[in-house]
Write a protein that binds this ligand. Structure first.
Ligand code: 4NP
Length: 160
C-alpha cells in the first residue's frame, strides 16, 4: 500500500481537486487497494469546510465528485502516516519541510516533480476565475494519470 497526501495552503481548492483526480484515476485503474490518497492544508482557516464551490463545480464537470471532502490542517502524524507528502507549490514545500518532525518517515516532494511532470507549481486559483480552476484541474489530472502509470509499471528493474 502506497499512501499519498496532497498538501496545499487552504485544502479547499488545489489539494481536494488533486485528491479527486487521483482517486478517480486510481479507481479507474483498479488500484484502489494499492494506493491510498488524502489531502490537507498548511493553514487552518477552512478546517471542516467542503471544497470551494468553484473547485466542486470544476471537478464535477470532469465527472468527479469532491463535494464530500472536508478541509483539515497538516498534522505532525501525517509525516509518519504517509509515504509521500505531495506539495502543490514551492511555498507549501517550504512550510511542510519547515514543520518536519524528527521522526518523520514520509518523503516530502513537489507534486508535479514527483509525478514526473517537470516540476513547477500548481498555481493558487483562490483569488482568480473559473479558468484558473480549469488549469489547476488539467495540471493535477495529468499528474494523477502519471502517478497511476508509474505505479502500474512498478519499480525500476534491477540489472545484474
Ligand atoms: P488552496 O487555495 O490552497 O488551493 O486550497 C486557497 C484557499 C484558501 C486560501 C488560500 C488559498 N485562503 O487564504 O483562505
Amino acid at each position: 500500500m502506497t499512501r499519498l497526501l496532497v498538501v496545499c495552503l487552504g485544502n479547499i481548492c488545489r489539494s481536494p481537486m488533486a485528491e479527486g483526480a487521483l482517486r478517480a484515476r486510481i479507481e479507474a485503474a483498479g488500484l484502489g487497494d494499492a494506493i491510498e490518497v488524502d489531502s490537507c492544508g498548511t493553514g487552518d482557516w477552512h478546517v471542516g469546510d467542503p471544497p470551494d464551490p468553484r473547485a466542486i463545480r470544476n471537478a464535477a464537470g470532469h465527472g468527479v465528485d469532491i463535494s464530500g471532502l472536508r478541509a483539515r490542517r497538516l498534522d505532525t502524524a501525517d509525516y509518519r502516516d504517509f509515504d509521500v507528502l505531495l506539495c502543490a507549490d514551492a511555498s507549501t514545500l517550504r512550510i511542510v519541510r519547515g514543520r518536519q518532525p524528527a521522526d518523520a518517515t514520509g518523503e516530502i516532494a513537489l507534486f508535479l516533480d514527483w509525478a514526473g511532470q517537470g516540476g513547477g507549481d500548481v498555481p493558487d486559483p483562490y483569488t482568480g476565475d473559473a479558468a484558473g480552476f480549469e488549469s489547476v484541474w488539467q495540471l493535477v489530472d495529468a499528474a494523477a494519470e502519471a502517478v497511476v502509470a508509474r505505479h502500474r509499471r512498478g519499480p525500476p528493474a534491477v540489472r545484474a
